[in-house]
Ligand binder design. Structure first.
Ligand code: FE
Ligand code: CA
Length: 545
């Protein structure tokens, strides 16, 4: 067994990681798991014969976790799968050898008109995950894709490319977040798989680190027993990898991935509740937490349709990125977790003090903030969409002054929000739409220049997608509904059911539909639209549709 000490001598990347988290502390975190979480080089090239041999050895269907696609560009989309014949086993039922995987992209579901195909290698170092950055596709088209290895063939996924840079094609997307497996069924995904959207934006809490018991919590299984390995909080790389296998064992999640390309960003629970940068939730030393973060980030990349630039380096991963939908929309996907200052006054609901206005504190980090504002300045898009994690608009919990606000959301980083809104104004961003997860309810907000002054300018809109499952069945009108609506005049809608938000962006207006299901603790709920809003191009905020 190699010690971490040996590895730091041999790997410049590991030396860099050790510097990052403090060398002395790092050297105490010995072991193969630590080394693996920090290893950053792609495995060495594999002989085709060896990879083909690996493929022939797979004796059971390895495509148990489904297929996915993501981050559509005008000429490319990234395809994902992972080989795991025995998904609830740590090695997925695979031996530690490379495996050849063929992929095909076609114009039709029967694959009679193949548009692109090739072969890649699923490496054991990346848990036999497959990420194919398909080149040379046509803009604005639907494609079908599948994988093969040995005698096995995957299900067929459906995806699409973004329109050409000059196109004014409308964009319809769904925004989703927060899928605590133990809180209920992913019925909303079943409906979303059948909905007519171009792309799904996942706004975080794809995974939860909390223990899942043998009956799947509130799913209350009577027909199966989940392994004990899930009944503890995720900490190690193996824990996180296995937890993705559990969440992806849900057929409704797999159906949504197979039906639409996803653009994903994370929030806290893919790593740990309410962490902030290198500060964990509890009093664990930052160095130890960064090792956990490295494991969580690595498992995230392995299990999502993300490209190589998103592949983590130890505890660092460049997840914020920019996508375009012709001239209709620019999507600035944010990461408000990795670079944020620690929460002021604790993680919860607090009457804030002066720290929230301290310009030295940040929720985006300085580099990402500059990138966002520069991106807005050069934007030629009609709609400037910001898929991100936590509530952007002011959300007062009390009707009285002073009111508590969330220290974990943008309310706890008011100087950051001021800089971003001033940057949007300076850039002349007219049609700003912020998309948010995290809070397990649906909200529609007008984003005010000054949230304490109802007569101040409306600078954009914020649509808060409710959760897929987190929070269990929920209710249309939570107990604090009256208080919140009174305390926040810019809050136009508040609903406490599970579901997703569907948004259609067009040349004249955007329409947002809040799609909800009445229950998730038993399967099979129908979906309805709880409310719809429109916002006009160049207009001032949301109006009921
Ligand atoms: Fe959540
Ligand atoms: Ca969260």
């Amino acid at each position: 067994m190699t010690t971490t000490n040996d590895l730091t001598q041999h790997s410049p990347e590991l030396r860099a990681a050790a510097r990052h988290i403090g060398r002395r502390r790092f050297l105490t975190l010995t072991g193969a798991a630590a080394a693996l979480a920090f290893s950053v080089q792609l495995p060495a090239p594999v002989a085709a014969s060896a990879a083909a041999r690996g493929a022939r050895r797979i004796a059971e269907n390895p495509f148990t976790l489904g297929v996915a696609s993501g981050d559509p560009l005008p000429d490319s989309v990234v395809l994902w799968t992972r080989l795991a014949p025995v998904p609830f086993q740590a090695d997925g039922g695979m031996t530690a050898e490379p495996v050849a995987v063929r992929w095909e992209v076609a114009h039709d579901e029967a694959f009679t008109q193949v548009a692109a195909s090739g072969e890649t290698v699923a490496h054991p170092e990346y848990h036999h995950s497959v990420h194919v950055d398909v080149p040379g596709l046509e803009a604005g088209r639907v494609y079908h894709y599948r994988f093969r290895t040995g005698t096995w063939i995957s299900e067929t996924g459906r995806t699409r490319t973004a329109p050409a840079a000059s196109a004014t094609t409308p964009l319809t997307f769904a925004a989703v977040s927060c899928q605590a497996y133990a809180d209920g069924y992913y019925t909303a995904y079943r409906h979303l798989a059948q909905d007519d959207v171009d792309v799904v934006l996942h706004l975080g809490d794809y995974l939860y680190e909390y223990a899942v018991n043998s009956v799947g919590g509130y799913r209350n299984y009577t027909d199966r027993t989940l392994p004990a390995v899930f009944n503890r909080e995720t900490v190690t790389l193996e824990d996180y990898r296995l937890r993705y296998a559990l969440f992806k064992s849900d057929p409704d999640l797999r159906a949504a991935h197979a039906a639409h390309p996803f653009v994903v960003t994370w929030d806290d629970h893919e790593t740990e509740n309410n962490y902030a940068g290198d500060t964990p939730e509890n009093s664990v030393p930052p160095a130890e937490f960064l090792l956990r973060r490295a494991s969580a980030y690595r498992a995230y990349w392995e299990n999502q349709p993300l490209r190589l630039p998103q592949r983590p380096t130890g505890p660092d991963m460049r997840l914020y990125r920019r996508l375009h939908w012709g001239r209709m929309a620019q999507l600035d996907v944010l990461d408000t977790r990795q670079y944020r200052s620690n929460q002021a006054y604790g993680d919860g609901a607090q009457v804030p003090g002066p720290e929230i206005d301290d310009p030295a504190r940040t929720i985006t980090g300085a580099t990402q903030e500059r990138w966002l504002l520069d991106g807005w300045r050069s934007s030629t898009a009609l709609w400037n969409v910001v898929p991100q994690q936590v509530t952007f608009s002011q959300r007062r919990f009390d009707p009285t002054e002073p009111s508590r606000v969330s220290m974990d959301a943008w309310d706890g980083y008011r100087a950051s929000r001021r800089r971003v809104l001033d940057g949007a104004k300076a850039a002349g961003v007219e049609n700003l739409m912020v998309l948010t997860g995290d809070v397990h309810v649906g909200y529609a907000f007008d984003i005010k220049d000054d949230f304490d002054d109802a007569t101040s300018a409306t600078l954009g809109t914020e649509i808060v997608a409710t959760s897929i499952a987190s929070g269990r069945d929920g209710t249309d009108r939570p107990a604090n509904w009256d208080t919140y609506m009174k305390a926040n005049p810019h809050l136009r809608f508040y609903n406490g059911r599970r579901g997703y938000a569907r948004v259609a962006l067009g040349e004249r207006l955007a329409r947002a539909d809040f799609r909800t299901v009445p229950y998730v603790t038993t399967p099979g709920a129908p979906v309805t639209t709880a409310a719809s809003f429109v916002t006009q191009v160049g207009g001032q905020g949301l109006t009921p549709a």
